[in-house]
Write a protein that binds this ligand. Sequence first.
Ligand code: HEC
Length: 191
Amino acid sequence: MRRRMKHIALAALFVSCTTSVMGVDLTKAYEMPDASKLIQKDLLGPPQKYTMPKSCNLNDPAAIARGEFMFHNLNGKKAKKNPPKGLAKFIEVKGKDGKVKKKPKQYGNCVACHNIEGAVGAGNIGPSLMNYKALFIETKVRDPQFVYQKIADPRIDNPETHMTVNLTTGLFNEQEICDYVAYVISDKKKK
Ligand code: HEC
């Protein structure tokens, strides 16, 4: 009989302990961000058509060099060599506190998905862009406008694409898309 009393007392103690823990409202212990707002912020805008600007100078060696640097690098912090003329390693942005801060300039890191001349450790999610000029431009299978649209917003030509959207997202500006096109369609045989 005594034993049974002990058991009942222990059980009562257990129940009171667990309910007091469970009774605490843990949602107040940390901040709960509004997920719908976060998702809205990250949503891609609708696919957009672009016309390659007339200012695109596809034969300019400086443009080709900038395109090459952005193609093979992720950002200005990780890039080893010096960037070519007209391309920065760091950009200045105004923080929430109003102070101007240096931020590494974002590049395309296109080698993560595409093989191309001189690529180190290229990925194969996207097609190889090796010998692109001879295989696709000279044969008229592709033209610079196609390549411009593809890099600016690949969803126009292929709604199911796995490629990054570069102009609609504001990741890059028109001039930088021109630089990528100039590099992709450039003659790289002499290298
Ligand atoms: C996440 C992977 C990924 C990244 C990063 C990526 N691409 Fe692509 N790319 C693809 C895929 C997949 C395709 C094929 C599907 C398509 O055409 O949309 C493609 C297609 C292309 C084509 C069209 C080739 C042709 O003639 O059909 C070009 C040009 C191109 N990419 C250039 C670039 C450039 C320049 C960058 C860097 C700014 C880049 N890509 C970054 C995945 C990627």
